[in-house]
Design a protein around this ligand. Structure first.
Ligand code: T3D
Length: 263
């Protein structure tokens, strides 16, 4: 696959996608949207891949939309941002949330605008100590997108989410960890080692079980407890039929390490 705006490597069951427009803090232009879409399609089809690791090259993770593509001359027609959301950002978030394996995000630097919310849509978010998160939208008259108005209040509560969105203040990674917005903040030089170790660990675990867990979590925000109990019953029935469950129980009984295959 020929890629200009990102790189893709696959090793030990982990697909690593690195956003790669460092001079623009990895902000999205149309080419990057297209390439990411293609890469994710390929990753989803590859049965050897059991975890996705998303990160950025350079001093930023992602600064959201490339505003250079939105700088219209006075008097000309406004860009249709709804179309951009519909065609690019929404499908991206939906794909990240429904891949049949876990998604780890290694936030290597500033994550702003859609870049912040793309990171938050991932299952497990690690961030470099020097990284930060900014709901930058309010600074340019936009609303938080890419699922931010759904994700952020659920992660950190309404009061903090509202203030971050309206003030557009930079939230340092350590504070994001303290508020439960991300899983962990690590020293800058340790970030990629820790993220890769975590992603490889996940890729050797029962992938089908993770997929079903993701489905249960996705439904929990709108389900009643009764509905969720029924869903857990149905998904557990499926998990109980997996090869990995059989292997997990056998390994426990035989006092050995399980060899999960993701099936
Ligand atoms: O439009 C649609 O399709 C709708 C969807 C919108 C989704 C969105 O994401 S809207 C929000 C867009 N993003 C922003 O508003 C963030 C803009 N960037 C910033 O506020 C700052 O750059 C940061 C706070 C992220 C980082 O600040 P700092 O001081 O560390 O870096 P910098 O000097 O501002 O940026 C470094 C370079 O990257 C700089 O270029 P230069 O001067 O070295 O040539 C800067 O212009 C460029 N850059 C940073 N962000 C963007 C960008 N260029 C284009 N678009 C960007 N978003």
């Amino acid at each position: 696959m020929n890629l200009n705006t990102l790189s893709l490597t696959v090793e030990h069951g982990v697909a690593q996608l690195t956003l790669d427009r460092p001079d623009r803090l990895n902000s999205f232009n149309d080419e990057m949207h297209n390439e990411l879409r293609q890469a994710l399609k390929m990753i989803k089809r590859d049965s050897e891949i059991r975890c996705l690791l998303l990160t950025g090259n350079g001093r930023g993770f992602c600064a959201g939309q490339d505003l250079g593509d939105r700088n219209v001359t006075p008097g000309s027609e406004a860009p249709d941002l709804g179309a951009s959301i519909e065609n690019n950002y929404n499908p991206l978030i939906r794909t990240l949330r429904t891949l049949p394996f876990p998604v780890v995000c290694a936030v290597n630097g500033v994550a702003a605008g859609a870049g912040a919310n793309i990171a938050l849509a991932c299952d497990i978010v690690l961030a470099a100590r020097s990284a930060s998160f900014i709901q930058a939208f309010s600074k340019i008259g936009l609303i938080p997108d890419s699922g931010g108005t759904w994700l952020l209040p659920r992660l950190i509560g309404d009061a903090r989410a509202r203030a971050l969105m309206m003030l557009g203040e930079k939230l340092p990674a350590e504070q994001a960890e303290a508020w439960g917005m991300i899983w962990r903040c690590v020293d800058d030089e340790a970030l990629m080692d820790e993220a890769l170790t975590l992603a490889r660990q996940l890729a050797s675990q029962p992938t089908r079980g993770f997929e079903l867990t993701r489905r249960a979590l996705a439904a929990s925000s709108t389900n009643t407890l009764d509905q969720q109990l029924d869903l857990e019953r149905d998904l557990q029935r499926l998990a109980g039929r997996s090869e990995d469950y059989r292997e997990g129980v056998a390994a426990f009984m035989e006092k050995r390490s399980p060899q999960f295959k993701g099936k």
